[in-house]
Design a protein around this ligand. Structure first.
Ligand code: URA
Length: 434
């Protein structure tokens, strides 16, 4: 195989053979495929696409570029969830303890936030002492002891994705469904799971804005997972407004704890239970989705899900007292109420500018290496469809560094759109692909 021939073949719109894809991906570690050759191939893939068997071959090769964790020594069904990300999306923190309390083993390798979207790892690290830098031996141990584990990507997992993602970022080749699907699935399939629940977001605050793109991404990822022997299900869910009321890091942990106590906002609690129920069903611990949902609801009502979260925090070095006293989480120096300058109903609350504003406050990263402030963010008191009186608080803004405060406040204010009559609030789940 020669790189130049593989590039030409894809440039001319032909499908690549599995051996050619393997050779190119293995060439990253061998060091005999140049960066410019990979970048040319990536651009050809963006322009000409990849069929299903090429996408599976690419995912498989990327997965095999590193360690594929073997969890067979730990008995029980291992099921994870992956979300394509959004604003205020903290469902992992809620559904992982719920699913674990229901008997599912939940091995999660998560990501950090970038741009307007937050990341599970950053949220967890706002718990004093909590570490996500856990090696694969300890990963197995924690999973065996507590039924769940939440760590960051290690060097051993899918190193080819790290290389290719950096190359895509620098060559405008991120936006390609086969490349996105292979990137996500190569990492998830290396975790040692039996099944995966996908939450593919759609709408203005999502990575895939258009519904048709979100659906195609979900179908592609399900196809890839099934071709590799995994049980798959995907929910397509709206990310037009932030999920729940809290956007930030510590504040999202506090909201997750509230959900596990049965005191969380309805949209967030509902979606977390729906996704956890899919995990229970994939794990074979219930006969129907309704039965699975009931099992999940009981883990919240009887406190066993909250107890799992407490054990997870302790196992990963964190201070579990944050569960009883959220005041132990990092707190901002100052809070500001944003008041309504009119009365009416919230006709839209755009997730994207809320995410951008929290990034300006310091809760997110503009670049992969920027530091984040765990204490800052926003608590939304008014969301889509809510009636608001002039002068009422729309949200509380949690502030430390005030250098971008004015811009952040302006973005939040502009995220609210108004109407005088009634407003429809569509259901969060748009579709379920099985
Ligand atoms: N997340 C990933 O891990 N990879 C992509 O390509 C896009 C989102």
């Amino acid at each position: 195989v020669r790189a130049v021939d593989v590039i030409r073949k894809k440039r001319d719109g032909e499908a690549l053979a599995t051996a050619e894809i393997d050779w190119m991906v293995e060439g990253i570690a061998r060091g005999d495929v140049a960066d410019y050759q990979w970048s040319a191939l990536l651009m050809a893939i963006v322009l000409k696409g990849m069929d299903r068997s090429e996408t599976v071959a690419l995912t498989d090769a990327m997965m095999r570029s590193g360690v594929v964790v073997d969890l067979s020594a730990t008995p029980g069904a291992k099921v994870d969830k992956h979300s394509t990300g959004g604003v205020g999306d903290k469902t992992s923190l809620i559904l992982a303890p719920i699913a674990a309390a229901a008997g599912v083993l939940v091995p999660m390798v998560s990501g950090r936030g970038l741009g307007h979207t937050g990341g599970t790892l950053d949220k967890l690290e706002s718990i004093p002492g909590f570490t996500v830098d856990v090696d694969l031996d300890r990963y197995r141990e924690i999973l065996g002891e507590t039924g769940l584990v939440l760590i960051g990507q290690t060097k051993e997992i899918a190193p080819a994705d790290k290389f290719l993602y950096a190359m895509r970022d620098a060559t405008s080749t991120v936006e390609s469904i086969p490349l996105i699907a292979a990137s996500i699935m190569s990492k998830k399939l290396a975790e040692g799971i039996d099944g995966l629940v996908l939450d593919v977001k759609t709408g203005g605050g999502a990575f895939m804005v258009a519904l048709e793109d979100s659906r195609l991404l979900a179908e592609t990822m399900c196809d890839v997972g099934r071709s590799m022997g995994k049980k798959m299900v995907a929910l397509i869910t709206r990310m037009d407004q932030p999920l729940g009321r809290a956007v930030g890091n510590a504040v999202e942990v506090a909201e997750s704890v509230a959900c596990l106590k049965g005191e969380g906002p309805e949209d967030l609690t509902g979606l977390s239970l729906d996704l956890a129920a899919e995990m229970v069903l994939l794990a074979g611990l219930a006969g129907t989705l309704d039965e699975a949902r009931g099992i999940c609801e009981r883990t919240v009502a009887d406190g066993t899900a909250l107890e799992r979260f407490r054990r997870l925090i302790a196992a990963q070095g964190g201070d579990p007292r944050v569960i009883d006293d959220p005041g132990l989480l990092p707190q901002p120096r100052r809070t500001i109420e944003l008041k309504a300058d009119r009365s009416g109903r919230v006709a839209r609350l755009d997730a994207r500018p809320i995410g951008d504003a929290t990034m300006l406050l310091g809760a997110g990263r503009a670049r992969v290496d920027s530091a984040i402030d765990p204490a800052v963010g926003v608590i939304l008191h008014k969301k889509l469809g809510d009636a608001v009186e002039l002068g009422e608080s729309l949200c509380t803004i949690l502030v430390n560094d005030e250098s971008e405060l004015e811009r952040a406040v302006a973005k939040i204010a502009a995220a609210y759109h108004w109407r005088d009559g009634p407003v429809e609030t569509p259901s969060l789940i748009v579709d379920r692909l099985v």
